[in-house]
Design a protein around this ligand. Sequence first.
Ligand SMILES: Nc1ncnc2c1ncn2[C@@H]1O[C@H](COP(=O)(O)OP(=O)(O)OP(=O)(O)O)[C@@H](O)[C@H]1O
Length: 570
Amino acid sequence: MNTPIARYLGFTGFAILVFMLLLAILGPFIVPYDPNELIAPAFQPPSWSYLLGTNDIGQDIFSELIMSARVSLLVGVVSALIATLFGVIAGLVAGYFGGWAETILMRLVDVKLTLPFLPLMIVVAVFLGPGLITQILVIALVIWAPMARELRSQVLTARRRGFVEAAEAIGAGGRYILRRHLLPNVTPLIIPQFVRAANTGILMETSLSFLGLGDPTVKSWGMMLFYANSRSAFLTDAWLWWLLPPGICITLSVLSFSLLGYALEERVRPRLRTSWRFGASERSANKVRPLKREPQEQDPESPEPLLSVQQLSVEYVTANGAIRAVDSVSFSVRRGEVLGIVGESGSGKTTMAAALMQLLKPPGRLTGGRMLFAGNDLASLDAAELKRLRNNRIALIPQAAMNALNPVYTVQKQLVEAILAHQKIRRSEARIRANHLLQLVGITPDRARAYPHELSGGMRQRVVIAIALANNPSLVIADEPTTGLDVIVQAEILELLTDLQSRLELAMIFISHDLSVVLSVADRIAIMLEGKIVDQSSVNSGVFHPNHPYSQRLQAALPRLKSKHTIPFS
Ligand SMILES: Nc1ncnc2c1ncn2[C@@H]1O[C@H](COP(=O)(O)OP(=O)(O)OP(=O)(O)O)[C@@H](O)[C@H]1O
């Protein structure tokens, strides 16, 4: 729903546009017009008989005005549609796939943008010859390029956002991500661009026709201006009847598209709306007790440990040489066990999580080691096997998880998509399961249709946890799941994770730079420093036994330690 002001403006724009379209469609039935008599008459003194079309000397102004609406609107809208189509395809392909496609498309855009637009239009129009098709092609050619460039940068930004990485983590393919995540996210940009393009199209048609490059066999508002100018209407009183009416029509058309575009943009971009409808707080969500969850499927082929990482190494190849982000790391995780991984920023924790999920992106590459999950080497799985595995057997709660939600979908829809990615059930069943999952993480189903921006940070984090649990994973990798939350909400999320982990008997890798947080949830702890695991120890009642000087320093820096299930902030 739109806000009242946007509704009002949108309705006004819509009403003007409908009026214009009705004039264009019904015009021939209202006014007399002889399509064979195309040359404008010499201007006659203003008279109602001209306006109402009852004068039989040549074409009267009112008839021309109405018949011209057809051509002007048609050229503007069709050229905008063609330009938008090309701009969107070029922007999406260049932004998402990159490589040679991006190079070719962006060089074309550069070439187009460096050419001055009016001479280009004149040269192309003269070359192709005057005509409606020529006008449409020339206008589309001129306006597609800026659109493609803007959309490409939008796609580049969107593809780095958490929800795209989260979609990749749940095994979504490239085309799916393009269609379901990137396209809806750039739609708010496409709509105003289309509106701008339609405005520009109408104005360009006017310019081309005014310059004598219009189609002489049809009338448009631009052609009216051309004939008016050629009969010196600018210099006489004739401008009032000959120039003003097409000028007003052009202005109204442009205005109608702008107002409509504003309302449409607000409708598709929920962030533009105020969230007065929702007043429930994070605290009220916490009052909901998680429901008892059905038992997790047993995986008969899983030997202990569930995950065994041996001598894992990852490098980033940069212009200054290779950076060894993960250096011969070995550890294992058993069923139902929480392994905490602690390390300062840049120690390689996120890189290791990405390697486990097989989500490393260039310039990152696996340079050695094995990752055995339930006996299968993750690095040797093909794309289809990985798709089945992600968010199904292994789930990731990504770093900055609060941004992992797609802003244009409700939380229920995002949960449903995560469920349907791996389970062949009906959408209605998936919705029921989604609500059940929301309850599991302490969110009442009445918030299921909320958009992410209508929820607090803690509630969004709960939704991300629910998505991770959507398909009963055996292993959850939580990468800094409480970063960015205030301490109270942080403690609540930790409590929720610990509760779910023990009830669902999940194996969990809990990654954080905060030793106290990790000690509050972990059964075992591994300390990372400069890509290596320098220390590993079990945790008993919030206490571990550091051997390496770095972990001893970390422990010494702690004011006090608490046992598992006891939150240090509470
Ligand atoms: N795309 C990249 N290109 C080059 N180097 C990278 C890239 N991503 C990470 N690195 C480097 O790899 C190392 C490990 O980074 P990583 O993000 O895995 O650390 P981290 O422990 O997760 O840190 P943080 O907690 O800040 O996210 C760092 O030295 C980092 O600079």
